[in-house]
Design a protein around this ligand. Structure first.
Ligand code: ZN
Ligand code: ZN
Ligand code: FE
Length: 765
């Protein structure tokens, strides 16, 4: 008996994870051949199933290699193996895929062009020379073309393209790099490009990319259809072109990302550390925020007043050819008007981007799911995802526990949603600002897709506490319709829990949630919060004192109003010196209106927001009086300061009311006003202010640590995209012996909120 098992046998194997669309079956096939094993491999809706039969030594080797050297783009979560009596297989084969109802598996994000495909692309003798839709099992579109699982060509937007004999041969040959590569295509049988003018009329061209490159070199703005939607491109060194693009997008100050042909070119414009290099060249190929060199030829208009530039490398063959042809750094920004979702269909783009693009580079491989470029940075030794989309979603965030099935609808700005099942949190790609019908439709369609792909049937719907958020209203209607319970979650609690999950921390933490706006449990706008929080509940233990936002949204868009409101409330009428930078352009009538609004509390919400505090200081010292993108005033305030500019700080008071601390800011404002009157430069004031915020965090947290015995501090909220502040806060907490956790795979801004909502709802509903 023992003897038979030792010499030969059959193993029944189930592999789960990202194992479809990444060359897993061909890998198994080759491995079985190499080890002289018989049997079969098959994709199902839930896993990859394998049966292998042969000598036990070979079986053991097969199993080791399966675990240790899987295809580069795969990600094995779990392998289960059972021994069975031999079945007498005669050969090894790949069996047709099996669809099983209610089984699901993980889906690979789209993958940047691999080296082998890149090489073919620029080899004149290759049949795919300059073919913009070249791909293989190691690279190419995945999630953006999938309509359902199992991942097979008929269930993708490639189903309309019938493979030519050459492509079919590659597809059928288990030893070929394109064996079962679902989007496999060539110039004879696959998708193709067309150039069109501003009105969508086709311009005949036998090399659309070469023509497009010429137009870009001449300063035109092109809308280019890519993987997850259209990108708007122009020559990043051409100031006029960049300015025109920004004016047409109606965001004159908002920074844009650029694409460069190679890593070497990235180094011409920015400093690139080895970790940043790794991220730039990864298969995710995200935008990485890099330190901008003053010698760079990229126009300052691309990211006005900023020290960092968003840079990415080409991630599709189309981009590789285009970048090589133009030999210029190109602006590449989402094809949309301000905050609408990225355009994905040809007709849609021609309509919505009319008046923005001078030309369109169209193609006929449909995009099933919109997908923006991801944005990342490397800080504190690790990649930090700020916008999570292409290359990351829909790969789930791992939960350190098993969850119920929850749909969490996220926040208003930078919305994402999150679906949970087993120990997976399917945090959606970046959806956008939920302020218009187009974004709501994108949100709904993407929820439907994720529910279908991952077979999730939510039993709980979680939403923000804010009654007026579009996502909250949608959640209420849907919960009513589907007869499931709805759980409103406090915004900052969700922020802190998202950071805990990102770090797989399950024990309660001290949470510092600093952001722009979040609906508070007391009806005020929160955003400068110290919580003691766990998955089940939270206690508010401290906050920045409440101050007025005269005109509500008007104050957010015009930070000088916030500055005036803070000065007037904290220091009185006498502090409104007309010489102050925040006041010298404000007319008397507007000033009177602001004062009256505050005196009578008309349309003047109270806030503890830390984002607004940054706005107020930025406007007070004359850096950003008005803004045209979220967070601009704070970002520009960060940019004038620098590491080591000053060790000085500003005063503040911690006032204790019962067991709640209120941070009083009067001394801070009078000290800044006094610095201004003495002509202290903005970099020093900004530096002192950053130091003060770090001191405040460490003092409050160390008091809370003494009170609760908790020594882990979680930092969350959009304010922590401020790299200078994050470093200073971590150093200050370290100095008082506290351990800090920060975000990595999950954005610290409102894109992470849905994950926190889902986890909390799972525990309290
Ligand atoms: Zn490839
Ligand atoms: Zn072909
Ligand atoms: Fe927030």
């Amino acid at each position: 008996m023992v003897q038979t098992i030792k010499n030969s046998g059959l193993l029944k194997i189930s592999v789960r994870g990202i194992v479809q669309g990444v060359g897993f079956r061909p890998f198994v096939y080759q491995l079985a051949q190499e080890h002289n094993l018989k049997g079969w491999v098959c994709n199902t809706s839930g896993d990859v199933k394998i049966e292998v039969e042969g000598e036990s030594e070979n079986l053991a080797r097969f199993l080791t290699k399966l675990k240790e050297t899987p295809p580069p783009q795969s990600h094995i979560d779990d392998i289960s193996v059972s021994k069975q009596p031999p079945a007498g297989y005669k050969q090894f084969e790949i069996r047709p895929s099996l669809a099983e109802s209610d089984k699901y598996q993980l889906i690979s994000p789209d993958l940047a062009t691999c080296d082998a495909c890149k090489q073919e692309l620029f080899e004149p003798s290759n049949r795919r020379y300059r073919y913009p839709f070249t791909n293989c099992t190691n690279c190419g579109p995945r999630f953006t073309i999938i309509k359902d699982i199992p991942y097979d060509r008929p269930l993708t937007t490639m189903r309309h393209f019938k493979m030519c004999p050459n492509c079919q041969q590659e597809y059928d040959n288990p030893l070929d790099r394109r064996f079962h590569a679902q989007p496999n295509a060539c110039p004879n049988c696959g998708p193709s490009l067309q150039l069109a003018d501003a009105d969508g009329n086709i311009i005949p061209s036998n090399d659309a990319i070469a023509s497009a490159s010429q137009l870009l070199k001449q300063g035109s703005i092109l809308a280019i259809r890519g993987l997850g939607g259209f990108l708007l491109a122009c020559d990043a060194t051409n100031e006029q072109a960049v300015r025109r693009l920004k004016e047409r997008k109606r965001r004159p100050s908002k920074p844009l990302a650029i694409m460069v042909a190679t890593l070497e070119q990235a180094r011409e414009h920015c400093w690139v550390t080895s970790q940043e290099e790794e991220l730039l060249t990864s298969s995710q190929s995200p935008i990485v925020l890099l330190k901008w060199k003053p010698t760079s030829s990229v126009s300052p208009e691309v990211a006005p007043r900023l020290k960092y530039l968003g840079v990415m490398l080409p991630y599709t063959p189309l981009h590789h050819i285009l970048l090589r042809d133009t030999n210029l750094p190109l602006v590449m920004t989402s094809g949309n008007l301000s905050e609408e979702p990225i355009a994905k269909d040809n007709d849609e783009a021609i309509k919505r981007l009319h008046g923005i693009a001078d030309y369109f580079l169209l193609h006929n491989r449909d995009i099933y799911s919109r997908y923006d470029d991801s944005v990342t940075m490397v800080e504190e030794g690790k990649p930090r995802v700020i916008r999570r989309a292409r290359g990351y979603a829909p790969y789930p965030i791992h939960l350190p526990f098993t969850t119920r099935q929850v749909l969490a609808c996220g926040a208003e700005l930078k919305n994402t949603f999150c679906l949970t099942k087993d120990n997976h949190a399917f945090l959606s790609q970046y959806i956008g600002d939920m302020e218009n019908l187009e974004t709501l439709e994108h949100f709904e369609a993407t929820i439907a897709l994720y529910k279908k792909l991952f077979r999730v049937h939510p039993e709980i719907i979680a939403c923000d506490m804010h009654p007026d958020y579009l996502s909250t209203k949608w959640a209420r209607t849907t919960a009513d319709k589907d007869k499931v319970s709805i759980v409103p979650i406090q915004h900052h609690h969700a922020h802190i829990v998202s950071c805990m999950v990102d770090n797989e921390v399950q024990e309660p933490v001290i949470g510092v949630a600093f952001d722009g706006t979040g609906y508070g449990a007391d009806g005020h706008i929160w955003g400068g919060e110290f919580l003691v929080a766990g998955y089940h509940d939270f206690q508010r233990k401290g906050y920045l004192e409440y101050l007025p936002l005269p005109g509500g949204a008007a104050a957010i868009n015009r930070p000088y109003r916030t500055a005036i409101g803070y000065l007037y409330t904290l220091l009185g009428e006498g502090a409104l010196n007309p010489e102050l930078p925040c006041l010298n352009t404000v007319g008397k009538p507007e000033l009177e209106v602001i004062k009256r609004q505050i005196d009578r509390g008309i349309n003047t919400p109270l806030t503890s927001s830390c984002g607004r505090l940054f706005d107020a200081v930025s406007a007070l010292i004359g850096i950003s009086r008005q803004i045209d993108y979220e967070g601009q005033a704070a970002v520009e305030l960060e940019m004038v300061a620098y590491d080591g500019a000053t060790d000085d700080s500003y005063p503040f008071t911690i006032e204790t009311k019962g067991d709640i601390r209120v941070i009083r800011l009067g001394q801070l404002f009078s000290a800044i006003v006094s610095d201004l009157s003495q002509g202290v430069p903005a970099d020093i004031i900004s530096g002192r202010f950053h130091n003060m915020v770090a001191q405040m965090v460490s003092q409050v947290c160390s008091q809370l640590a003494k009170e609760t015995g908790i020594t882990t501090v979680a930092l969350s909220g959009g304010v922590f995209q401020n790299r200078l502040l994050m470093r200073k806060v971590i150093a200050a907490l370290d100095a008082v012996g506290l351990f800090t956790i920060i975000h990595s795979l999950v954005p610290c801004n409102d894109s992470g909120v849905s994950l926190g909502q889902a986890v909390i709802a799972n525990f309290i509903a």
